[in-house]
Design a protein around this ligand. Structure first.
Ligand code: DP6
Length: 328
């Protein structure tokens, strides 16, 4: 009952922010993301019955109680469903530096879901697996699929229709992402808490939810017609709306630092010079630039010049999560 699986990270172009149910981790809005080839997590799950509780190691180091509890609660769902009682040894490695302050819950819970479900011999469909990953972390539901991915908000109370699916494989459109790392500090307020505070205190929350449907429709259209300008403009719009919502919480959530803001200005300046590049930012200070292959060199050079940018990671789009070792 030992399986190793790998899943890529992803970045949302139309953002998920807010939950309609915290217990089942149901998103209040749908989202659309791209899967990133060069940032991935490899996880081995072994339900070997040798332990009295689950053991979690991240990048070779035993995890603290908070992470272990979150993973153990997730494994409990799988054990219940599979009718097994054995505790697991879970070993997880990110190929990107964890200290880079990049979101890893998406690739981590996607790899864990796939490895744990297969190790427990669960017979489940792709969408059921995505539902399972969503219970670990909302963005993880998307990381099971390669290329361009949509996550459905769903309507049902039990969450069975709230899962992700592939819109287009990576070969459909060769997009590139550049990640400008502006801080290696652990963020103070994670997505889960940030979403809760935004929902509870922001006067703009209902408007954010209401306007998300139009953004999703427009992004599907941009993808269908491979309209890069439209994709880029919509990505910036969704990102800025999400951050405006976070800023309007009480107390306000400001995820950016000076280099993040400077990066926004630089990217817009590049566009004025005719270089087609757009930005997006998640719940942290790293700036992500979206472009097509012929703009990568100029975009990278511009980002590297920003004071406070520590390094720039470049990636193309990635594939579905996959099993590396064990019974396929
Ligand atoms: C800003 O998936 O990390 O990256 O479901 O609470 O684990 P939980 O949240 P998480 O939130 C991701 C938020 C985001 C936008 C996005 O990826 O869509």
């Amino acid at each position: 009952m030992k399986i190793t699986a790998r899943a890529c990270s992803n970045i949302a172009l139309i953002k998920y922010w807010g939950k309609r149910d915290t217990h089942l981790n149901l998103p209040a809005v749908g989202s659309i993301s791209v899967t990133l080839n060069d940032l991935h997590t490899t996880t081995t799950v072994d339900f070997n019955g040798q332990y009295n509780n689950d053991q979690l190691f991240l990048n070779g180091r035993r995890s603290g109680p908070e992470e272990t509890t979150r993973v153990s609660a997730f494994l409990d769902r799988i054990r219940r469903r599979a009718g097994i009682k054995k505790y697991a040894l879970v070993e997880s490695e990110n190929n990107f530096p964890t200290a880079a302050g990049l979101a890893s819950s998406a690739s981590a819970f996607a790899a864990l879901s796939l490895a744990a479900a297969k190790a427990a011999r669960l017979e489940i469909s792709e969408s059921e697996l995505s539902v399972l990953a969503r219970l670990g972390s909302g963005s993880a539901a998307r990381s099971l699929f390669g290329g361009f991915v949509e996550m459905k908000q769903g309507e049902k109370d039990d969450g069975s229709d709230s899962f992700a699916f592939q819109l287009y494989p990576k070969d459909y459109w060769d997009l590139r992402l550049l990640i400008a790392v502006t801080s290696t500090d652990k963020k103070k307020i994670g997505s889960t808490d940030g979403m809760k505070l935004s929902k509870e205190t922001s006067p703009y929350y209902n408007q954010w939810v209401a306007s998300s449907h139009g953004d999703l429709t427009d992004m599907r259209d941009a993808l269908k017609s491979r309209d890069f300008q439209k994709l880029g403009e919509l990505s910036e719009l969704s990102c800025l709306k999400m951050h405006a919502l976070a800023l309007s919480a009480n107390p306000g959530l400001l995820y950016w630092n000076g280099a993040t803001v400077e990066g926004i200005h630089r990217i817009r300046a590049l566009r004025r010079q005719g270089i087609e590049v757009y930005f997006t930012i998640d719940a942290g200070p790293q700036l992500k630039a979206i472009c097509e292959p012929d703009s990568v060199a100029e975009a990278r050079a511009a980002l590297e010049q920003i004071p406070g940018v520590k390094n720039v990671i470049s990636t193309a789009l990635g594939d579905d999560a996959e099993i590396l070792e064990g019974n396929k």
